[in-house]
Write a protein that binds this ligand. Sequence first.
Ligand SMILES: Cc1cc2nc3c(=O)[nH]c(=O)nc-3n(C[C@H](O)[C@H](O)[C@H](O)COP(=O)(O)OP(=O)(O)OC[C@H]3O[C@@H](n4cnc5c(N)ncnc54)[C@H](O)[C@@H]3O)c2cc1C
Length: 540
Amino acid sequence: MEPRKENPLTDPVDPFAALRGGLFDTIVVGAGATGAVVAARLTEDAGHRVLLLEAGTDPAPGSATERAVRNSLQPPGVADISWKLRTHIKRATASNDATGTWTYEAGRIVGGSSSINTVQALRGAPEDYDDWARSCGEAWSWKSLLPLFRMIEDDDGGDERLHGRGGPVPIRREPPDELRPLQRGLLEACLARGFGATADHNDPATTGVGVIPKNEVDGIRMSGATTYLEAARRRPNLTLLTGVVTHRLLLDGRGHCIGVEVQAGGQASTLHAGRVVVCAGAVNTPALLMRSGIGPAHVLAAADVTPRVGLEGVGQGLMDHPAVGIYGVPQASACRRGEPIRQVLLRYSSAGAPMRNDMHIYMLAGLNVDDLFPGLGARVPTVAGLTAGYNKSTSRGSVSIVSPQASVAPRVELNCLGDEGDMAPLKEGVRLAWSLMQQPALRSRFAQLLAWTEAMVDSDVALERAIHSLVRPSAHLGSSARMGPAHDPMAVVDPQGRVHGVRGLWIADASVMPRIPSAPPHLSALVVAEKIAMELRRAA
Ligand SMILES: Cc1cc2nc3c(=O)[nH]c(=O)nc-3n(C[C@H](O)[C@H](O)[C@H](O)COP(=O)(O)OP(=O)(O)OC[C@H]3O[C@@H](n4cnc5c(N)ncnc54)[C@H](O)[C@@H]3O)c2cc1C
């Protein structure tokens, strides 16, 4: 393969000199999971010049960071490739100011969060996308999106009517003999409890317990950097700049987006293009819009930003999947630090579920103890445990800026359990996870369980209290600049991805999902980006 192109920011005095006045057709902000798709698809047209801007790093092939990122068994745990967003788990209320904070990992590196995630390659349920279609039109229905789910993947493990071959994202399932003891224990415990087995979690008709499809090949992560960008970045019509933070979008007097204001190595500059596509992720995309004067009037006023376009939905409606874990210290023979973090998943429907498979229970194994239980690491090599995640949460959080400066992090309120309807399925899920932990196939593989007791799980009051203090997000953020028709006052982009009220500005990342699907969102985000890239090509 040809070597990578040189980074054009070589002049230490004026790093942007070589680019100023450069004629780009499209600027894409964010070289994460979705930015990689958009940049790769647009540059398939050799006459279309794309500038792809990434705030994070581009690890050199063979470097320690690149090796950590390539390993798909566990998230890389490298400090300077994450935004490490300080988020508030709960929203403060008059009676509760103990909101608790959580350091949210979000990739700040080529490939974005797909370079640090846990590589589950799961589709949502058909009902999730049919729900999108109700507000965004038939083009977003399951029937319309299935060809895109097939197009993006290379999955030789499933029914050909449902699965694609030869697409950019390889999807693999570990064979049964590669399951680690705790994962096999979860499988056996679920079967003993009467759940059915599934061979393909991405079959829309399926439910039950089975091996997780993953975007990895032989332990190597298949991130956006590897799948879409590796070849595209060698094209002469794609310029990738890393270590460049986009501060603001430039709007002209007619409300047309004409470029971006950027900063790298202490130098600021403006870069122009015919249009801008924002793919900065569910927190940084709304923050960038707000810094540019596009957003709710009260947030802009409080942050001292001159309003340009009033769009009340920017930063509102933030979603994640709330989850609660029951952890323990595994027997030394059952689990090793650094082994695959996930292999087996149970999907089932909670009592009174709004749709099938609203619950996930999975085993997280081989974890770094100090990430979860600071101080315990001196005594035990690793921890593992079952997590119950609720995937149809009705709680909504928000992102708001507190300053016009990109260097000041936005305020992120996840508002977990903000809607009390989330409590019942989580209680049921924790009780089921606890009972699975008591099955011989799992209990015999743990030396000790941490924090939880039978009495806590049995008592409604104690269980609710424990869930309130232990609930965590799942790193499945989305819906913070959602898609919808112009008459929806909270819609930020139209069903083609164009920002309402601004010409030449598009969003094509996880922020635009009307609601996140009832599964981890990576594959769905790729489909969103593919679909909006098609619109961009049509509009070019
Ligand atoms: C720890 C973790 C585990 C996860 N596990 C899974 C999983 O197993 N399965 C799954 O389906 N999903 C998972 N996800 C979610 C999945 O990775 C995301 O849904 C997906 O990456 C979203 O794509 P995106 O393009 O919207 O954002 P990202 O992939 O995060 O990309 C955004 C990019 O924009 C860049 N950027 C941001 N602001 C600026 C700026 N101002 N200027 C320039 N660049 C900027 C960022 O550095 C980043 O590279 C996980 C996420 C995390 C963080």
